[in-house]
Design a protein around this ligand. Sequence first.
Ligand SMILES: Nc1ncnc2c1ncn2[C@@H]1O[C@H](COP(=O)(O)OP(=O)(O)OP(=O)(O)O)[C@@H](O)[C@H]1O
Length: 328
Amino acid sequence: MVKQAPGVRIGGLTVVYKTPAGELPAVRDVSLTLEPGSITGIVGESGSGKSTLALSLLNAVQPPGRIAAGSVEIDGLGDVVGLQGEQLRKARGKHIGYVFQAAQNSLNPLKTVGKQLLDLGRSHGVDDLRGLVREARELLGRMGLDGARVLDSHQHELSGGMRQRVGIMLALVLNAHLVVLDEPTTALDMITQANILKIVREVHAERGLTTLVITHDIGVVAEVADRLAVMYGGRLVEQGPTRQVLGAPRHPYTQGLIRAIPRLVGDIDEARALPGRPPTLATVPKQGCVFRERCPLRMDVCDTVDPEAVADGPRTVACHAVSVKEHA
Ligand SMILES: Nc1ncnc2c1ncn2[C@@H]1O[C@H](COP(=O)(O)OP(=O)(O)OP(=O)(O)O)[C@@H](O)[C@H]1O
C-alpha cells in the first residue's frame, strides 16, 4: 500500500476529565479538518485544550480523561475513536507520529537512542532493523546531526535542540504520514527554534506529510502553518488560512493574542497583554460564550448562548459580535 498524506476530519469532539466537581470538558464540540499535505497550527493559551485535542488524534487520552463524544476520521485508518488494543498500538508510530513537548523528556534516560530505536522497531514488528537504523541515521543527518553518534548517545549527552530532533526522527522513522508536534520549540533558544521549524517545514514537504503543530506561540504558527485554529476554554473560536487569520483576525480573542505579541521593530509598548486569565476546567462557563469574561465586545446574548462557528469561505469564527457586525 502506497502511503500518502492522509486527511483528518475531527467531528464534534468532546473530551472530559473526571474532577471532584464531576466530569468537565477540556475540549468541547470541536470540528476541524486537516487537509492532506497541509500543516495546521493550533494556538491558544495554557489550558485551552490543545494537548488534549492532539492526544485524541491517537486516541491516547489517559484516565481520568476520556473522549465523551465525536469522531476522528483518519484516511486509511477510519475513526480512531473506535480503535482499541493492538490495532491502536499499530496505528501509533506506523500511521501517526507524535512528538512530545520539547520541554518534556520523552526519551528513556537509561538507554541509548539507538537502543530505543530498536525497541520501537521491534514493538512494531519491523523485520529489517538494519534498514531502520539506516533510515534513522539518514533522518538525523538530514536534520544536521551526526546520526551514528546520536544513536550511540544517552539523552543527557544531547542538547535540547538535539533531543527535539531525535523526537522528530522517532516520530518519522516508521514512515508515518500524519505527524503531531506538541510544542516543538518550547524551551529552545531562538536560533535552535528557527532551525527546528525549518526542519519541520522541509521534512513535511519532502515526505509528503499531514502535520499538526500545537503551540501557545503564535509566531511558531506564523512560521510554519498553512492553516491556523485558535482554541480558548476547550472551544475552537476561529480558524482559517494562516495569513488571512493573522492579517485580519475576526474573533476578539485572536485579535487580543496578536496584539499581545511584542514587536521587534517599532514601539515595544504597543504590545498589550490580554487582560485577565484563561479559564480552568472548573471556571469555564457552562453556558454562553467561553471568552465573554475577557471580551471587549461582550453583549447580553454572550451570557446565555454559546456562539456557533459560522463559515465564511475558508474561514470560520464563533462570535456573536462578529455575526452581528457582518449582518448589520
Ligand atoms: N489528567 C488531567 N486531569 C484533570 N484535568 C486535566 C488533565 N489533563 C489536562 N487537564 C485539564 O484540561 C484542560 C486542558 O488541558 P490541556 O493540557 O489539553 O491544555 P493545553 O492547551 O495543551 O495547555 P498547555 O499548553 O499548558 O499544555 C486544562 O484545564 C487542564 O488543567
